[in-house]
Design a protein around this ligand. Structure first.
Ligand SMILES: Cc1cc2nc3c(=O)[nH]c(=O)nc-3n(C[C@H](O)[C@H](O)[C@H](O)COP(=O)(O)OP(=O)(O)OC[C@H]3O[C@@H](n4cnc5c(N)ncnc54)[C@H](O)[C@@H]3O)c2cc1C
Length: 460
């Protein structure tokens, strides 16, 4: 069966009025995520789904006519995962925004995929509960996108990543059938763990239409400490000391010299003169705050830093605001290629030093901010895309950072996903057998290869 000339008219007949959009400006605005350098195709239409039945109707149609479908949340991704491919149906889940239930007794919640992370976190906080995964994009990104990318965040260092908080999913399969995975219970091992398989699958195996999350009792009010360093190596040594010293901060973030200079151009955060790198630590348990923050400040001072405990929540929030704004500030400076390598924590210092060497070797600026407590850094290469030579050097540096991460025993992506940006690198990390098994899984769930083609796996 051939591709019909106009999938928009076929879908318009199946869906409510206004659900299918073809305005070229709207399509262009929805054709890419925040990976500014990643190619995007020209889609056939955008569907704004409001129900599981509508998602199912779209996929049945696309499966029958072999039309590519790109699921989309808020398009804050940093790997081109939500980027359009030519002729695709962009399937936006952003309008599925219901929080269907918060079960306080069982400490679980059921939500639709378009709920924004921060809205959900505030809703459960209102009931004295806590949903920990908090990507720096939490005010923008959707829970569906967080599930599809297995998003990490700032407090993952203590509480784990999105996958650790998902009990079950409703997923529409490529042929339109609706699958329910997992269960609301605290335990359950009947059958394969399909929930984990879908978490992090980046829209290539199915479209998530409902999410059952675990919750926990609200943590204590966080207390923040800050350490200022004259060099990034000392900051990394402090991270290793803290994490190998059995302390459990609820956040341990690093702002590197380039990130620090760029956020300081936007706003005066009051960093002391001579500061080149900042570490921000938090503890959110009154029973542990003194030990955790005391251990942190002592480690910082041992490594030549100046440390202080924030004199109240407002000062803590200010330093955190600097950390949260680094990505958006860098995006304003030019084209950006954002790496996402994660290495064993004890190798953080080697990673940061290696990135510095690559910056010199390729003569490009590489900011290296990130979730230092997890060993997960975001070396971000900011460059002038109008300069072909600088663009080539930036791309070479981007690849060299991934090679460095693998050489240090790490991964090419700790939380942003493979998307289109790193698909060529998957085999290098997984090896031929791993890649072969991935291809078999893809073929089982999506035999006609309509779901987000070209993402994660380049071919199969
Ligand atoms: C300033 C900034 C800071 C960030 N900080 C972090 C961070 O700290 N940690 C982190 O992990 N990430 C971070 N990110 C990256 C991004 O926000 C996350 O990857 C986020 O999870 C994407 O959510 P989204 O709703 O924007 O999804 P999108 O970008 O729209 O989609 C992401 C992927 O998920 C798929 N997808 C989306 N919804 C569904 C669905 N319902 N079913 C199936 N597939 C779906 C898409 O096809 C795509 O492959 C940051 C991004 C920015 C711009």
């Amino acid at each position: 069966m051939g591709v019909p000339p106009d999938p928009a008219s076929g879908l318009t007949a199946l869906l409510p009025e206004g659900a299918v959009l073809t305005d070229p400006d709207v399509l262009a605005a929805h054709s890419r995520d925040h990976a500014s350098t990643c190619p995007a195709g020209v889609p056939a239409c955008l569907v704004r789904a409001r129900t599981t039945e509508q998602v199912s109707a779209v996929l049945r149609y696309a499966h029958e006519h072999r039309i590519p479908v790109v699921p989309q949340g808020a398009r804050t991704g940093l790997s081109g995962g939500a980027n359009a491919v030519d002729g695709a149906i962009l399937l936006s889940l952003e309008r599925m925004t219901a929080i269907l239930g918060i079960d306080e007794e069982n400490q679980i919640a059921t939500v639709e995929p378009g709920v924004v992370n921060a809205d959900f976190s505030r809703a459960v906080a209102g009931k004295g509960l806590f949903y920990p995964p908090d990507p720096a994009s939490w005010e923008m990104s959707t829970l569906g996108g967080n599930v599809a990318t297995n998003a990490g965040g700032l407090c993952c260092v203590k509480y784990g990543v999105t996958a650790d908080w998902i009990r079950g999913l409703e997923v529409v399969l490529a042929d339109g059938r609706v699958l329910r995975t997992g269960r609301p219970t605290a335990k359950g091992v009947a059958g394969y763990d399909l929930t984990r398989l879908f978490v992090g699958s980046e829209g290539t195996l199915g479209v998530v239409t409902k999410i059952v999350t675990a919750l926990r009792p609200a943590a204590g009010a966080p207390q923040t400490a800050i350490a200022f360093f004259g060099d990034i190596g000392s900051a990394c040594a402090t991270v290793t000391d803290v994490m190998t010293g059995r302390l459990r901060p609820s956040m341990l973030e690093l702002i590197d010299p380039i990130g620090l200079a760029e956020v300081s151009r936007e706003r005066d955060y009051g960093f002391p003169p001579g500061t080149d790198t900042v570490l921000i630590a938090q503890s959110d348990s009154s029973a542990e705050n003194t030990a955790v923050l005391g251990g942190f400040t002592a480690a910082a001072e041992r490594n030549g830093g100046q440390a202080l405990v924030a004199d109240g929540p407002e000062e803590g929030k200010l330093f955190l605001a600097a950390r949260r704004s680094v990505g958006l500030v860098l995006e304003k400076r030019g084209a950006m290629l954002s790496d996402d390598v994660c290495v064993p924590r004890t190798r953080l210092r080697e990673l940061v030093a290696g990135v510095g060497e690559l910056s010199r070797k390729f003569d490009v600026r590489i900011a290296c901010t990130g979730h230092a407590g997890d060993g997960n850094m975001h070396p971000a290469i900011v460059f002038d895309a109008a300069d072909p030579d600088e663009t080539r050097r930036a791309n070479e540096a981007f690849e060299a950072v991934m090679a460095l991460g693998l050489d240090l025993g790490g991964t090419i992506t700790g939380e942003h996903g493979v998307g289109a940006l790193k698909a060529n690198w998957l085999e290098r990390e997984l090896g031929p057998v791993g890649l072969d098994v991935h291809r078999s899984v893809k073929t089982t769930f999506d035999p006609r290869s309509i779901l987000n083609p070209g993402k994660v796996l380049t071919r199969f």
